[in-house]
Ligand binder design. Structure first.
Ligand code: SAH
Ligand code: DHB
Ligand code: MG
Length: 235
């Protein structure tokens, strides 16, 4: 039973098999995206890009918004970047922020192979340093902001994202559930907890308190396990 997943199958195998089923039907094989993942893996980047059907969701959201300006925090090898940038009109622009120069080098090659070098700008550096620079330069407002860098800094990323937004901007945040660990008291213990889990919870608290956004979050399962997206529209 290598290619099926019945109700006796372990949950992860079943989630992966259903993602394959959906992806086979709705997310066409794409040599450029597959090469981006292959070269990212070959260079030793961690296998933590969004899944193909999540990448397509990001692209669909960009299309719904008719986004012309997109900001991404956390490029890795540029896989989600390519999904988002492909959803832009011909004169659209995407700016993506990445802390690791070695990852940025791989991403640049992947973005160039996708024919997106003209519409994508990659800035290397910790996002908490590049975001204030963007505000100082008068960058934005962006139509869509995808927050997918280090989770411990999500509160700061959300606050800076608001400064780079306009009414109607959609902010999407990846990895807000983390196997459900966001509700484990051990994981968010102020002294002994996990900095990433604490960052995600602090972000949720900011989201709840912020009068200027309308937000929700959705749990997801799939080939990457159990996690989720938060979505917020700026009022
Ligand atoms: N969006 C990518 C995955 C990003 S993984 C995709 O789906 O294809 C998270 C990325 O955030 C990693 O590349 C990591 O190096 C980067 N990152 C971690 N800390 C960062 C920081 N302080 N500033 C900017 N990027 C950071
Ligand atoms: C991990 C997953 C992600 O999607 C991400 O952006 C960062 C880290 C992880 O599983 O460690
Ligand atoms: Mg992520």
């Amino acid at each position: 039973m290598a290619d099926t997943a019945d109700s006796e199958t372990a949950p992860q195998q079943r989630w992966t098999a259903v993602d394959l089923y959906i992806t086979d039907l709705l997310v066409p094989e794409d040599a450029v995206l597959e090469a981006a993942l292959r070269d990212s893996a070959a260079a030793g980047l961690p296998p933590i890009a969004v899944t193909p059907n999540q990448g397509k969701l990001l692209g669909l959201l960009a299309r719904v918004l008719r986004a012309r300006a997109i900001l991404e925090l956390g490029t890795l090898g540029g896989y989600s970047t390519i999904w988002l940038a492909r959803a832009l009109p011909a004169d659209g622009r995407l700016l993506t922020l990445e802390a690791q120069p070695e990852y940025a080098e791989i991403a640049r090659a992947n973005i160039a192979r996708a024919g997106l070098a003209k519409s994508v700008e990659l800035r290397v550096g910790p996002a908490l340093e590049t975001l204030p620079q963007l505000v100082a330069e008068g960058a934005g407002p962006f139509d869509l902001i995808f927050i997918d860098a280090d989770k411990k800094n999500n509160p700061g990323y959300f606050e800076w994202s608001l400064k780079l937004s306009r009414p109607g901007t959609l902010i999407v945040v990846d990895n807000v559930v983390r196997d459900g660990r966001i509700i484990d008291p051990d994981a968010y213990d102020p002294a002994l907890g996990d900095e990433n889990i604490k960052g995600i919870r602090r972000f949720f608290e900011l989201l709840a308190a912020e009068r200027g956004v309308d937000a929700t979050a959705i749990q997801m399962v799939g080939s990457k396990g159990y996690d989720g997206f938060a979505l917020a529209i700026v009022d």
